[in-house]
Structures are given as structure tokens and as C-alpha cells.
Design a protein around this ligand. Structure first.
Ligand code: C5P
Length: 242
């Protein structure tokens, strides 16, 4: 599959057209950003680790009944995917209170959230991704009530599948963010990525962070070791292509 023109360049991924109208090539770059893109560094092979981890997670979700945009991993950092028109909503699921939740609300860091919290943020750096509710979403015209219900149901299902998947790898799924889009037929599919960039992952025994929070906290030299640890724990030897 040949890479054609660049369609979109995000903070860490570039999307290219292909020969097919309904497929795109997504290149995961080595960029790492925080604070709405204000801080930016390059981390060696980060793109490849995130693409391989994300491909594995999308495959697991697919096997468990979640429709995703993933088609194939053509190079360690290059994914073939179904073309989606992305819905500008970050759907966040939280199993443990931490991060922005404990900064905004009187919840103690580390509190188990039962049932999990589901939150939707507007994907718009210029507005600092403000939290949405159903009426704001509908006023903005970014999703209908039926679509909001689908995103909610899918995100909670993804949470259940991934809690168990990570548990088997000795990892606690603290929280994560997912994004959805519509394919050329109007079906809502899971898009973007699920990786240590978009999840908080803690070692089950030590509670050590194994995700982008290390970068947010300025521990840049620990970031890649953590991502590689996740990679080593969730992939089989045959799946390790880096
Ligand atoms: O920062 P906050 O606590 O709201 O993040 C919740 C979860 O969503 C974390 O796993 C974080 O990595 C993810 N997230 C993301 N992209 C954003 C905001 C949050 O992947 N723009």
C-alpha cells in the first residue's frame, strides 16, 4: 500500500491518503508533547512502540466485539487503517481518581472509582479541551444523543476488556482516553490510538507509573523504559517487531 499525500498532521501522528478512498496510512512519530502541545521532545522509537502496542490492543478489542479502524501494521511505526471522520470528543474512563480529576474535585488521589467515571472532553487545544455534557455536545453539533450513547457504551466495554487484559500483564488500568470516528459508511469505529501516551498504567505490585505521566512530571529519562516495559509485558515474542 503506497503512501500518498499528507491529509493531517497531529501532535504525534501523521495521516496519509492511500490508493483506496476508504483507507489511510497513519505514521506514529517519535514526538512527545504535554500541556496542549506547549512542551515537545523527541523520544527515540516512541512512535514504533506506541504503534505496536496500539495495534495489539486494537486487535484484542476487535476479538472482543469492538469495531476499530485498525487494518494492519505495515511497519513498526506505520499502521494501515480505515479512513474515519473523527468526532472531536475525548472519551475518558477513570477507574482510579488521579490527574485532572483530583485537581478539579475533592477526591483523594488513588481513590478507587466504582462504578468507573466516564467523562467527555472537547478535543480543542485552543480551548484547553474543556469538559462537555450532553447538551453542550448537541449545541456544538458534534454528536447526536444516539451517538453519545454509542460512545458511552463502547468506552465502558473497552474499559472492561482492557482492565482484564492489563491485569494479566501485571498492570493496573488507572484511566484512559479514546476517540471515535465515522467510516465512509457512517459506522462509528474506535480510532486514534490506545497506548501509554493515552492511558495511565501502574505496575500492579509497585504502583510505578508506566506511561506518559512520567513525561508530564519531567522524568523524561524514564519514559522509554516504561513504554518498553509495557511492550514487553503485553506482546508475545512473535509480536515483538522492534
Ligand atoms: O489529565 P487527565 O487526568 O484528565 O487524563 C485522563 C486520561 O486521559 C489519562 O490517561 C490521560 O493520559 C488521557 N488523556 C489523553 N489526552 C488528553 C487528555 C487526557 O490521552 N488530551
Amino acid at each position: 500500500m503506497d503512501k500518498k499525500e499528507l491529509i493531517n498532521s497531529g501532535k504525534v501522528k501523521s495521516v496519509f491518503a492511500t490508493d483506496k478512498d476508504d483507507e489511510v496510512i497513519i505514521e506514529f512519530r517519535d514526538d512527545m508533547t504535554a500541556g496542549d502541545g506547549e512542551r515537545k521532545e523527541v523520544m527515540n522509537d516512541k512512535g514504533a512502540y506506541n504503534a505496536v502496542i496500539s495495534a495489539k490492543i486494537f486487535k484484542v478489542l476487535d476479538e472482543n466485539g469492538i469495531a476499530t479502524q485498525f487494518v494492519d501494521l505495515i511497519e513498526p511505526n506505520v499502521m494501515l487503517a480505515k479512513k474515519l471522520e473523527m468526532i472531536p470528543i475525548e472519551v475518558i474512563v477513570r477507574n482510579i481518581a488521579t490527574g485532572s480529576l483530583v485537581r478539579k474535585y475533592p477526591l483523594e488521589d488513588g481513590t478507587k472509582l466504582e462504578p468507573p467515571i466516564l467523562q467527555m472532553d472537547f478535543k480543542a487545544d485552543e480551548y484547553h479541551d474543556p469538559m462537555l455534557n450532553d447538551s453542550i455536545i448537541k449545541s456544538l453539533g458534534i454528536a447526536t444523543q444516539e451517538e453519545i450513547d454509542i460512545l458511552t457504551e463502547e468506552a465502558l466495554k473497552i474499559n472492561e476488556i482492557l482492565i482484564e487484559f492489563f491485569e494479566d500483564a501485571g498492570i493496573i488500568l488507572v484511566d484512559f482516553k479514546v476517540e471515535f470516528g465515522k467510516d465512509v459508511n457512517g459506522n462509528i469505529l474506535l480510532g486514534d490510538e490506545i497506548s501509554p501516551d493515552s492511558c495511565r498504567l501502574w505496575d500492579s505490585k509497585t504502583l510505578d507509573m508506566l506511561d506518559k505521566e512520567l513525561f508530564r512530571k519531567g522524568k523524561d529519562d524514564e519514559v522509554m523504559d516504561a513504554y518498553i516495559e509495557v511492550y514487553n509485558r503485553i506482546l508475545t515474542d512473535e509480536e515483538k517487531v522492534i
